[in-house]
Design a protein around this ligand. Structure first.
Ligand code: ATP
Ligand code: MG
Length: 645
């Protein structure tokens, strides 16, 4: 790219971080050369085991098999709660910030243990046993974490379904993983609006005859329909239970949870994660990526319905004895200062969010940010999509006042934990680059023919060896696991993402492999063109796709969302085209620009480019799986506004 964004060196106050540049290099090298020694040591340091393992790792990518810490036994809820009690009983484990800015509470580690044990006993009383699947369809309230940890305590396998999903989506997921118990709430509250969870659950359960128990948390006190044979009020069932429940000693490879992917590229996959390796890597990455220090307040804005919420609201932070903030609301309610007001209210030190939220907040300008203090912030993070360098710089300068490093963490539901990320005390930051692989993550770039690219270049991002928190199977369909991840290139885990590596070895995620543009034989990532468009000060967000073009093979179709209060014009269109030419070259000139007040996004906030591609290709009859779309009306509007090429 022509536009030069400055490199930000490690700031002075991170020189004493857990990991410095020298340590990163030596630890990384050891982790690749001697994974058994490396992970074996960390497993002893980070986790408490009931029984030691006899072998660290054994895997076979051709069969999609991985076995970590064979013979070892441990319990995840014990590791996240009980073992901290001697020194942390009165420390806050969870801070809950409600949708209403007046609502918040602190839950100590001692209280967490009581809540989790009561619920675990209640589940047992309803016949839930080790290995049974339990579906969790909840708002962002502490009970969602209790539910996950209670399942882990008794060896049940949870499947959290995002509380924004429809009855249909919930039903599909309950049936796919054969859950017999559902934990939900009467209603959720988000952005001042009620979400009818029990109504949705009832509709879903009409088609799920095997669900014998539905536990309902009273969140709003709404009047809800009741099935006397199946439904139980959470408080009534849990209230009489004992606050002691012995944690079930689980095999390291026992299933911990099933979680469906976001559905950006097609039908969601039920990703299965297991106990020892998953907990280890989420804890290790939590501590090192965020440079978490004793006593700090950490806030991840994700929903527990996504992998980010699993690994970095619940399991990673609690395994490390941290204080983790859980937010019920949305970043724009009651106003655009909400995140920073919450930071000031609770003294948040580490803030982790998604590019979609950063772009939405950026589109409202600086004032909602600068009117707050944010003095407690020490570190910022991002996850979910490539972050445009322009948005990165705004996050860095305006939100972090140029004093907080940003960790741009690349990973997937399937990877369980961070895979490529800067470490704040070790990595000089390049805006828009996820930078270097995490310990134990052996990545490579492959060319079209499957050959590894050496040095700088661009290609398919793959992983060469197993890592502890890798996906173990697609629930109920191991063949899909092999076909999706281990068949394209034999002996590699195929991420589905494209990336480039620069002369300094930094990785830049360019987007999904399916999204790579090929214009007159020139290949470029959609992310590159999008980042050029977003450089324009009137542009809040852009999504670029290819469409069939008679001469060039593929033409560039750009959907552009303007900053709040800006109107489209022909001059602006010309400026945007000029910007792409200047930044990337004449080859990157968009053929069509469509002004898009909104873009189709998954419920987790990712732009669904496959739908935009269909619109660009004018293939409106085959939009594919749209069940994970946040707002289907956005698609109709884009179709109606489609310019005729
Ligand atoms: P599906 O697999 O169902 O299509 P999904 O891939 O969006 O959905 P997730 O597992 O939530 O579901 O997302 C992982 C993907 O998100 C990655 O493969 C990558 O494309 C993108 N991603 C995540 N973090 C980053 C990041 N820091 N930079 C660039 N891309 C990222
Ligand atoms: Mg994916």
């Amino acid at each position: 790219m022509h536009h030069e964004f400055p490199v930000h060196p490690v700031p002075a106050n991170f020189r004493d971080a857990h990991i410095n540049a020298e340590q990163y290099r030596s630890m990384y090298q050891r982790s690749i050369e001697d994974p058994d020694g490396f992970w074996g040591e960390l497993a002893g340091e980070f986790l408490s085991w009931d029984q030691p393992w006899t072998r660290v790792v054994d895997y076979d990518f051709t069969k999609g098999e991985a076995n970590w810490f064979d013979g070892g036994k441990l319990n995840v809820s014990y590791n996240c709660i009980d073992r901290h009690l001697p020194e942390r009983a009165d420390q806050t484990a969870l801070i809950w910030e409600g949708d209403d800015p007046g609502d918040s509470m602190h839950i100590t580690y001692a209280e967490l243990k009581d809540h989790v044990c009561r619920l675990a006993n209640a589940l047992k009383a309803r016949g839930v046993k080790s290995g049974d699947r339990v579906c969790i369809y909840m708002p962002m309230i502490p009970e969602a974490s209790y539910a996950m940890l209670a399942c882990a305590r008794i060896g049940a396998v949870h499947s959290v379904v995002f509380g924004g999903f429809s009855p249909e989506a919930l039903k599909d997921r309950i049936l796919d993983s054969d859950c017999q118990v559902l934990i939900t709430a009467d209603e959720g509250v988000r952005g001042g609006k009620k979400v009818p969870l029990k109504v949705n659950a009832d509709k879903a359960l009409d088609a799920c005859p095997d669900v014998h128990t539905c536990l309902v948390v009273r969140r709003t006190g709404a009047d809800v329909a009741w099935n006397g044979e199946r439904d139980y009020w959470y408080d009534e069932l849990v209230g009489g239970q004992s606050t002691d429940c012995a944690p079930e000693s689980m095999d390291a490879e026992a299933p911990l949870f099933i979680l469906y992917t976001s559905g950006s590229t097609g039908k969601p996959k039920g990703v299965l994660h297991t106990t020892g390796g998953y907990l280890l890597q989420s804890a290790v990455t939590f501590k090192y990526t965020f440079d978490y220090r004793e006593g700090e307040v950490y806030w991840c804005t994700a929903d527990v319905g996504w992998i980010t919420g699993h690994s970095y609201i619940v399991y990673g932070p609690l395994a490390c004895g941290a204080t983790s903030l859980m937010f019920e609301g949305v970043p724009t309610y009651p106003n655009y200062s909400r995140c920073w007001d919450v930071v000031d209210k609770h003294g948040v030190n580490i803030f982790y969010t998604a590019p979609t939220a950063i772009r939405a907040l950026h589109s409202e300008g600086d004032e909602p940010v600068t009117s707050t203090s944010r003095a407690s912030l020490r570190l910022l993070g991002t996850v979910g999509e490539p972050i445009n360098p322009e948005a990165w710089e705004w996050y860095y300068k305006v939100v972090g006042e140029s004093r907080c490093p940003i960790v741009d963490t690349w990973w997937q539901t399937e990877t369980g934990a961070h895979m490529i990320t800067p470490l704040p005390g070790a990595t000089d930051l390049k805006p828009g680059s996820a930078s270097f692989p995490m310990f134990g993550v052996d990545v490579a770039l492959l060319d079209e023919s499957g050959k590894e690219i050496e040095g700088p270049g661009a290609g398919y991002l793959v992983v060469k060896a197993s890592w502890p928190s890798q996906i173990r199977t697609v629930y109920g369909d191991h063949q899909r696991m092999i076909d999706t991840y281990f068949s394209n290139y034999k002996g590699y885990y195929f991420t589905g993402d494209g990336a480039s590596r620069d002369a300094d070895g930094y990785y830049w995620i360019t987007g999904r492999v399916d999204d790579v543009l090929n214009v007159s034989g020139h290949r470029m990532g959609t992310a590159e063109v999008e980042s050029a468009l977003v450089l324009h000060e009137d542009v809040a967000e852009a999504a670029v796709v290819g469409y069939p073009h008679d001469i060039k093979g593929q033409g560039i179709y750009a959907y552009v969302t303007l900053m709040h209060g800006h109107a489209p014009s022909d001059d602006l269109r010309k400026e945007l085209i000029a910007l792409c030419v200047e930044e990337i070259g004449p080859i990157a000139k968009p053929d069509i620009i469509q002004w898009a007040p909104d873009l189709p996004k998954t419920r987790s906030g990712k732009i669904m480019r496959r739908i935009l591609r269909k619109i660009a290709e004018n293939e409106l009859g085959s939009l594919g799986d749209t069940s994970t779309l946040a707002d289907p009306s956005v698609v109709d509007k884009l179709i109606a506004d489609r310019p005729q090429p």
